[in-house]
Design a protein around this ligand. Structure first.
Ligand SMILES: C[S@@+](CC[C@H](N)C(=O)[O-])C[C@H]1O[C@@H](n2cnc3c(N)ncnc32)[C@H](O)[C@@H]1O
Length: 366
């Protein structure tokens, strides 16, 4: 029984990783990187060429983009319990060198499909060998492995463009790169949700799902962004600011020397100290205008004051240590909050906030 549960859990986790990026989203983002792609080897390493629009985009635009080579690898989970319909399938890879017969279409004989020995895991030795041959990696990687995925790209010094959850900004491994200006958000998605294709057997109870005329299933996913280390000119456009600082309007944190700015558009134009802003500030971040100094996450460790653990007594008398407040929750000032994250004091209460990126205006920028 426990094994069955474990398998069900693994299956549902694997299913959550099966989201197929729409061609229109890929086109909207990729148009910003044309100069980076010329004469380059592009690698899509989480992509089944039969369904991947990344493969579609690069193979059909191979000549227009002036690519040197396109490599694609397809993962096949070898766990029979998870994908029994794929029992007989093997992971594959392909290399495409462009149109040979001048019909402007990537024909099967031009796409050399080969079998991989293993399951095509992006961490396997044979796919890492392919990664080493690539200049640029472009894909939508499995969300559950996002941290590891980014770490591997950085370790191998690759240029990349990948799509993932906006919350990945707050991951220790990702934020460190954002702070050091080694990774930033791509320009084409700034808000709202995006539609992704899902497999035919995907359980669609979620709000925002759709089945098209051909019977293909889609779901809408909130808070996705492109993450990249390739430059584009829009990144250097200044955020135009209007508000002036006044202490009444911008509270200061209790355990960090910064002011709270709850909306990016309200960043005061004339404040020189540190400011805590929502993570979506990074949609507008120009590294010539602002410097990123930290994040209000416990692991970042910038808090100048920590609080003693608090004991909570429930209505039935059960006592427990409070380890976390819900976002936006408040505690009375005489029972200070337990964790090391940042709080603002509002009258006689502490307020715990959503994660804030800590920034400072660069001298001379307005
Ligand atoms: C979010 S989906 C995106 C698929 C495709 N890149 C796209 O955008 O249409 C992530 C894909 O990664 C595959 N995957 C899961 N674990 C993997 C691993 N360890 N190595 C390589 N690919 C993996 C999944 O099977 C899934 O198809």
């Amino acid at each position: 029984m426990p094994n069955k549960n474990k398998n069900l859990h693994k299956a549902s986790k694997a299913k959550r990783d099966e989201f197929y990026t729409q061609l229109s989203d890929i086109e909207r983002e990729l148009k910003h990187y044309k100069k980076h792609l010329k004469d380059k080897v592009v690698y899509c390493n989480c992509d089944d060429p039969r369904v991947s629009n990344f493969f579609h985009y690069f193979s059909y635009n191979f000549e227009k983009l002036g690519l040197k080579r396109l490599i694609t690898t397809c993962y096949k989970n070898q766990d029979m319990d998870l994908f029994s319909r794929n029992d007989s399938e093997q992971a594959i890879y392909l290399e495409y060198y462009g149109d040979k017969n001048c019909n402007h279409v990537p024909d099967p004989e031009e796409i050399g499909i080969k079998h991989l020995k293993g399951d095509g895991d992006f961490r396997s030795r044979e796919t890492i060998e392919l990664l080493k041959q690539a200049d640029i990696v472009v894909t939508n990687p499995p969300f559950s492995l996002f941290r590891e995925y980014v770490a591997q790209l950085v370790e191998h010094g690759k240029k990349f463009l990948i799509i993932g959850s906006v919350n990945a900004i707050t991951y220790k491994e990702v934020f460190r790169l954002i702070k050091d200006d080694q990774v930033w958000l791509g320009p084409s998605i700034r808000s709202g949700d995006r539609e992704f294709g899902v497999p035919d057997d995907y359980p669609l109870q979620a709000a925002g799902f759709r089945i098209d005329a051909a019977g293909k299933k889609y779901i809408r996913v909130k808070g996705v962004r492109w993450f990249t280390n390739m430059d584009f000119k829009e990144r250097y456009e200044d955020l135009i600011l209007y508000k002036k600082y006044n202490p009444g309007e911008y509270p200061t944190y209790d355990n960090y020397d910064a002011i709270e700015v709850s909306k990016t558009k309200d960043i005061p134009v004339d404040y020189d100290g540190a400011m805590g802003v929502p993570i979506t500030f990074l949609d507008k971040y120009n590294p010539d205008q602002f410097e990123i100094v930290g994040i209000t996450k416990t692991w970042f460790g910038a808090a100048i004051k920590t609080y003693p653990p608090q004991i909570q007594v429930s209505s039935n008398g059960r006592r427990s240590v409070v380890t976390k407040l819900n976002d936006g929750a408040t505690l009375k000032i005489d029972s200070p909050p337990p964790s090391k994250t940042y709080y603002i004091v509002d009258g006689d209460r502490f307020i715990q906030l959503y994660a804030r990126v800590l920034i400072r205006r660069k001298r001379g920028s307005k």
